[in-house]
Design a protein around this ligand. Structure first.
Ligand code: IMP
Ligand code: MG
Length: 173
């Protein structure tokens, strides 16, 4: 089976939206220290652009919660790598690439809550609400998309395509 990629969201449109999200987050967290907890690996490119739109009061750490193999979720999600930064009493913003079934975010939120942050919120670049299986909502969303498997701008299919600077739909021909 051959794979092809079709453009969905062009790079300049992503950059404009990331700038808007940055402005909104900057305004909402004015005067407060913020810890960005980036979900590995898919959210790394989004987070690196987003954090350059934020103020000096931001620091960054990483969390890995994974279940995905190929295009189908295996259902069970475990938190495999936790941030070094203590989150207790801090304002925490989870940075996710895409909300699909919601299981990854639900697991990450459950773990983050157990650290007793002062506040906990979520920013996701993409949301596919039609695929939701468990309750999971973002406070900030870049783009809401239909039920496509997408790659690029950090998102992968079997670890490939992350380097594309725009978002594409992956199709099996
Ligand atoms: P969920 O746990 O089903 O919500 O899936 C979230 C995770 O699955 C994301 O962090 C992605 O890593 C991966 N994922 C879900 N949909 C896509 C997609 O369309 N392209 C690439 N990865 C995806
Ligand atoms: Mg992922």
């Amino acid at each position: 089976m051959r794979l092809s990629v079709q453009p969905l969201i062009a790079a300049p449109r992503i950059q404009r939206r990331v700038a808007e999200l940055g402005a909104q987050i900057r305004a909402d967290y004015q005067g407060r220290d913020l810890v960005l907890v980036v979900l590995l690996k898919g959210a790394v490119i989004f987070a690196s652009d987003l954090m350059r739109r934020l103020d000096n009061n931001v620091c960054v750490d990483f969390l890995r919660a994974a279940s995905y193999a190929g295009t189908e979720s295996t259902g069970e999600v475990t938190v495999r790598t936790i941030p070094e930064t203590p989150l207790s009493g801090r304002h925490v913003l989870l940075v996710e690439d895409i909300l699909d079934t919601g299981r990854t975010l639900a697991a990450a939120l459950q773990w983050a809550r157990s650290q007793q942050p002062a506040s906990l919120a979520v920013v996701t670049l993409l949301d596919k609400p039609s695929r939701r299986e468990v309750e999971a909502k973002a406070d900030y969303t870049g783009f809401t998309i239909d039920d496509h498997f997408v790659v690029g701008y950090g998102l992968d299919y079997e670890q490939r395509y992350r380097q594309l600077d725009s978002i594409h739909v992956l199709e099996h021909e």
